[in-house]
Design a protein. Structure first.
Length: 264
């Protein structure tokens, strides 16, 4: 879902819940499933038409299928996820790669709060609709809640997303929002504890180990119920960069696996 221009393209939400295409200049306004008018060019977008015809048809007929066959991807309903990120998006890429070709999970949207972040390059390359989050709409009102509900999102994945999730979004998706934190919570969590700040604190405290925590998201920073913790050794000679590399290996190894488990 993109419109070609010389600058990067992304989508933003309008006050009425539509999607506005942005690049160097504002080129048009669209609604999901409607026609896009960009200058004199009219593009008719049919979203997920293959999924609707084939997968939905099989799902409606699943009662008559032997139970041993119902778990096969062709007979199972596609699960929809939305990925929130603020940076380069390496964890998002690993999740996309993990589900590529399986036909079980659809990355419906990528949402980011930073224009020009690397995650937009991933979205463009993978042909995934990318939405630039507008702060006022995100923290006030229910525009994003409605967007995600109408998209039938089964799981919201925070993959390096630095903003606190607003209460109305948490309440609209109870136990359906997960985050990955680059430390062993409850240590080194909370506001401002992300990325290199975490690893610098771990080294400064002369910790013997660090790791990752995958957890559900609630109304407070890094306080949701833990789902998984995995550890790595921290040597006395390790720099924060060394720790970051070890932790990232764990992130890439485990985050896609947990997403799949929660959706199965």
């Amino acid at each position: 879902m993109s419109v070609k221009c010389q600058q990067k393209t992304y989508l933003t939400l309008t006050n009425t819940g539509g999607l506005s295409v942005k690049c160097r200049r504002r080129v048009g306004r669209v609604s999901v499933g409607s026609r896009w008018e960009v200058g004199e060019r009219v593009v008719k977008e049919w979203l997920s038409i293959y999924y609707y015809i084939v997968v939905r048809w099989f799902s409606a007929s699943i009662v008559g299928i032997h139970p041993n066959l119902q778990s096969f991807p062709i007979f199972a309903a596609m699960k929809n996820i939305a990925i929130f990120a603020s940076g380069a998006g390496s964890n998002a890429q690993k999740i996309i790669d993990h589900f590529r070709g399986k036909g079980t999970v659809n990355v419906k949207y990528i949402l980011c709060n930073k224009p020009g972040a690397g995650i937009f390059d991933i979205a463009e390359r993978e042909n995934i609709p990318a939405i630039l989050i507008e702060k006022e709409q995100f923290f006030r009102g229910d525009t994003y809640v409605k967007l995600l509900q109408e998209a039938n999102i089964d799981l919201i994945v925070l993959a390096g997303f630095l903003w606190k999730v607003p209460t109305n979004l948490v309440q609209a998706f109870p136990n359906k929002i997960i985050n990955i934190h680059p430390a062993l919570l409850p240590k080194y969590g909370g506001k401002g504890m992300y990325g290199h700040f975490v690893h610098e604190a771990v080294v400064a405290a002369q910790e013997k180990e660090s790791g990752i925590t995958i957890h559900y998201v609630n109304e407070h920073y890094d306080e949701g119920a833990p789902i998984l913790q995995e550890r790595c050794e921290v040597l006395s000679t390790d720099s924060p960069t060394d720790v970051a590399k070890k932790v990232q290996v764990l992130e890439h190894q485990w985050f896609p696996v947990i997403v799949e488990r929660l959706l199965s």
